[in-house]
Design a protein around this ligand. Sequence first.
Ligand code: ADP
Ligand code: MG
Length: 246
Amino acid sequence: MIGLTDIEKRFGDNLVLKGVTVAIAEGSVTALVGPSGGGKSTLLRCINLLEIPTSGTVRIGDETLAFRPGIKVPAADIRRLRLQTGMVFQNFQLFPHRTAIENVMEGLVAVLKWSPEKARERALALLEKVGMAHKADAWPATLSGGQQQRVAIARALAPSPKVLLCDEPTSALDPELAQEVVDVLGKLASEGTTMVIATHDLRLASKIAQEAVFLDAGVIVEQGPSAVLFGNPERERTKRFIATLK
Ligand code: ADP
Ligand code: MG
């Protein structure tokens, strides 16, 4: 369903991803863990092409794009692939001058050219799904962090992406507010939403991810069932890192 093959990403002299290969099955949840600076955010950004891989192949559903140094992939191809993904950021990144529902409608109206009526209807259904319909007309600044993140999740889901990418979705939240976000992500997981979640939160990861990837210094050290990776990892390096999260 989603395939990354031999992805390299270089920033100047810094080779940040060193040939990363991952396959993500439809309907699965994959936790992406590893030390800070290991390349988790960059990898997520290479899936939705906010960063263009230096080399390697990104496949989402039926769409495949191959990247090579010095060869420019057409912007239209990048846009088409990006539309298959939804992204949730650590700091929510809602548009401050739009209400909750307008945030969710924005991409549908501005990018996909839906009518405002149809977009509002879908946005309201998504706010309902994340338990935020009662705050549809609220401004982001009046919402708690957990509420803002739930609106951000609804916004990311609006164009029906094939995969929801979450970059440390609970890291900016107090435990109680993190829990409401974990609950929403857990519900989406049980409904079969394909997700990749970069997180330091072992509780979140072990609750909703079946698969896990341990990325350290741009290299996948270990990947497999999350129960094994978190419970009884094979590699010494993985063991030491998981121990720091417990
Ligand atoms: P993680 O999310 O695992 O903490 P990141 O993907 O944010 O790791 O960062 C991996 C490495 O890439 C770090 O060394 C970081 O400094 C570098 N990096 C990330 N984004 C950029 C960028 N836009 N320009 C230059 N270096 C970057
Ligand atoms: Mg990061």
